[in-house]
Design a protein around this ligand. Structure first.
Ligand SMILES: Cc1ncc(COP(=O)(O)O)c(C=O)c1O
Length: 373
């Protein structure tokens, strides 16, 4: 069974003990006087001290909170990291007016050419949103670290900790929009960061405490709960995603499908080398024009037309008009984000129902009497 799973579609073997760690690390009942099996939502903003400076490990909820602690320990274990802390990084960076350049990091030479003596940090997203381009994390880490003390950050939102471990591939920081797969239930907006460097960890902790950018205990509780089913959810997203990708690829109403799990994906070999599987994110070009894309989206019954991704529910969206409308048209054109590009977040519903919904919506966009079967 183990071997069959490991070789599924030719991807890397799954990370060992993942589900056990997701369920148990940081969740020890002994840490609570009640021995609660499920971590309590610790709403208190402050914690009693036995004497000035003598505390239980918690002083004030901004600098440390018991519920947040459970989540941080679980995420660190799942990322194979020493530390996990919540995201404020991007927002902070943007505020300081830092010089930023955008590079196609799937071409390591372009990345190398863009590095300057002032480069402090390289941020990559793999696979990219919405074109699902894969970036070779190991190659980027090699290039970046060769040039000195530059921090490599990988946005691991699309793959989740279950399918990709950037830190093991040489990244310095692994970050998530936990709003997506990590929480998985579309009811929390949160960021996560995992890392191994003690000095970087101390610096981020200092900033977290100084800036006060901490998530609520309720959100931490929900995200921590979401992690307990990350493995089973991701396996099902993979199964449903692969079925949808294959269905779309063989559909005459579809121009092109982009899914790293398909052999037709330009970086399929890299995906198999770097990841243990693929999530439910699929991008495809419907044949025709904007009108066909809109008719397709309007006719979906099971998929909801909405932004975001990675929840248990299937979502569909039109990046050119929705999530990526703020990207200048010239950039959208260069990236291939056209009016017929549709992004799906395939959920956990029954495979047959998902495929039937896509089939009927495609037929509504391109009726059978218009030349398609
Ligand atoms: C890959 C990726 N990273 C980061 C974000 C930002 O996440 P959040 O909305 O949780 O701040 C998104 C949101 O869509 C995303 O898709």
């Amino acid at each position: 069974m183990q071997e069959k799973d490991a070789s599924l579609y030719g991807f890397q073997p799954r990370f060992q003990h993942f589900a056990t760690q997701a369920i148990h690390v940081g969740q020890e009942p002994e840490q609570w006087t009640s021995h609660a099996v499920v971590p309590p939502i610790s709403l208190s903003t402050t914690f009693k001290q036995e004497a000035p400076g003598h505390h239980s490990g918690f002083e004030y909820s901004r600098s440390g909170n018991p519920t947040r602690n459970c989540l941080e320990k679980a995420v660190a274990a799942l990322d194979g990291a020493k530390y996990s802390t919540n995201r404020y990084f991007r927002q902070v960076a943007a505020e300081f007016g830092l010089k930023i350049s955008f590079v196609d990091c799937s071409k390591t030479k372009l990345l190398e050419a863009a590095l300057t003596p002032e480069t402090k940090l390289v941020w990559i997203e793999t696979p990219t949103n919405p074109n699902l381009k894969m970036i070779d994390i190991e190659a980027c880490a090699h290039t970046v670290h060769k040039h000195g003390d530059i921090i490599l950050v990988v946005d691991n939102t699309f793959m989740s900790a279950y399918f990709q471990r950037p830190l093991a591939l040489g990244a310095d920081i692994c970050m998530y929009s936990a709003t997506k797969y990590m929480n998985g239930h579309s009811d929390v907006v949160m960021g996560l960061v995992s890392l191994n460097s003690e000095s970087l960890h101390d610096r981020l902790r200092f900033l977290q405490n100084s800036l006060g950018a901490v998530p609520s205990p309720v959100d931490c509780y929900l995200c921590n709960r979401g992690l307990k089913t990350l493995q089973v959810r991701m396996e099902k997203h993979f199964e449903n995603g692969m079925a949808v990708a294959r269905f779309l690829e063989s559909n005459p109403r579809v121009e092109k499908v982009i899914y790293p799990g398909l052999p037709s994906h330009p970086q399929h070999e890299l995906a198999k080398r770097q990841c243990t599987g693929c999530p439910g994110m699929i991008t495809f070009y419907i044949k025709g024009t904007l009108q066909h894309a809109e008719t397709f989206l309007k006719n979906l019954k099971l998929f909801t037309l909405a932004e975001s991704l990675g929840g248990y529910e299937s979502l569909a969206e039109l990046p050119a008009i929705m999530t990526h409308a703020s990207v200048p048209k010239s950039d959208r054109d260069a990236l291939g984000i056209s009016d017929t590009l549709i992004r799906l977040s395939v959920g956990l519903e029954d495979k047959k129902d998902i495929l039937e919904d896509l089939d009927q919506a495609l037929k509504a966009a391109h009726p059978p009497n218009a030349g398609h079967n």
